[in-house]
Design a protein around this ligand. Structure first.
Ligand SMILES: Cc1cc2nc3c(=O)[nH]c(=O)nc-3n(C[C@H](O)[C@H](O)[C@H](O)COP(=O)(O)O)c2cc1C
Length: 246
């Protein structure tokens, strides 16, 4: 009798553990896979919380970082996209609104757009999205796969087409020149460099790869992306073919 009761207890414990595991899996504790993505009001999506831990040190990331122009034919996850966007312009101090990259007089002239190709991000429709640092959301600017148009606008650099996503960093110069006059332009150029390096190093930490692109037709990129400001960088991002560190 006691043995039977023990076995019954063991079976119900195993069932509870299995049910818990299934529930946690659904909550994405064990997988990064996003089952369903809903844009609130049809247009905005809250991104997963960024992580502040890394399997790689900052020194290793600086050491191995390279501009990479070939990517595995795999999507990036929404969690990885969230992390990349956070590294580019995420809020890192709520009380002040200060961000991941420095900004002259905290004028924050940069706006980050993401061109997502078909199948580029798990469970996210292709389109042009705008990153909203304050709420850590993306907002749909327009649906559709614009990666080929962007590749043509970037002098047919094929890595733009092959990347899972392309960040486009636009500058609204007046935010900085209003405070600093003509000198504000150089501050904006410096600032986009900070953002580029953050994205490079964040990619290394995530096993992703990227390259900053400055060669493109401004008017074409502006027409494709729309939104605020003038384009300064295109940054194709994809899954790295080989691990950074073996
Ligand atoms: C301002 C700037 C513009 C760049 N533009 C391009 C570009 O249009 N296309 C490209 O493939 N790489 C571009 N690069 C990447 C450089 O080619 C790359 O940084 C350089 O070859 C050194 O390699 P590394 O980044 O791996 O150290 C650019 C880099 C900078 C800083």
């Amino acid at each position: 009798m006691r043995r039977r009761a023990f076995l019954a207890g063991l079976a119900s414990l195993a069932a509870a553990v299995l049910a818990g595991f299934v529930a946690l899996t659904k909550l994405n504790f064990f997988t990064e896979k996003v089952e369903e993505v809903e844009m609130s009001g049809g247009r905005r999506l809250k991104l997963p919380e960024p992580s502040y831990r890394s399997p790689i040190s900052i020194e290793e990331a600086i050491l191995v970082r390279r501009s990479i122009r070939e990517y595995a034919d795999k999507p990036v996850t929404l969690k990885q996209l969230s992390q990349i966007l956070w590294s580019s312009q995420g809020i890192t101090q709520r009380s002040t609104g200060f961000r991941s990259a420095p900004s002259a007089g905290a004028t924050y002239p940069l706006e980050v757009y993401v061109v997502v190709k078909e199948g580029g991000v798990e469970a996210l429709d292709p389109g042009v999205y705008h990153y909203l640092p304050g709420s850590h959301e993306i907002e749909l600017v327009k649906p559709g796969d614009y990666s080929r148009d962007l590749m043509r606008a970037a002098l047919r650099q094929e890595w733009v087409l092959e990347a899972a996503v392309n960040l486009v960093i636009n500058a609204v110069y007046e935010r900085t020149t209003r405070v600093y006059g003509e000198r504000g332009y150089r501050y904006v150029y410096m600032e986009v460099g900070h953002v580029g390096q953050n994205v490079y190093l964040q990619c290394v930490s995530l096993g992703l790869a990227c390259v900053v692109i400055g060669a493109f037709y401004d008017d074409e990129v502006k027409r494709i992306v729309g939104g605020m400001g003038e384009p300064l960088y295109i940054i194709p991002v994809g899954v790295k073919k080989e691990p950074w560190i073996r």
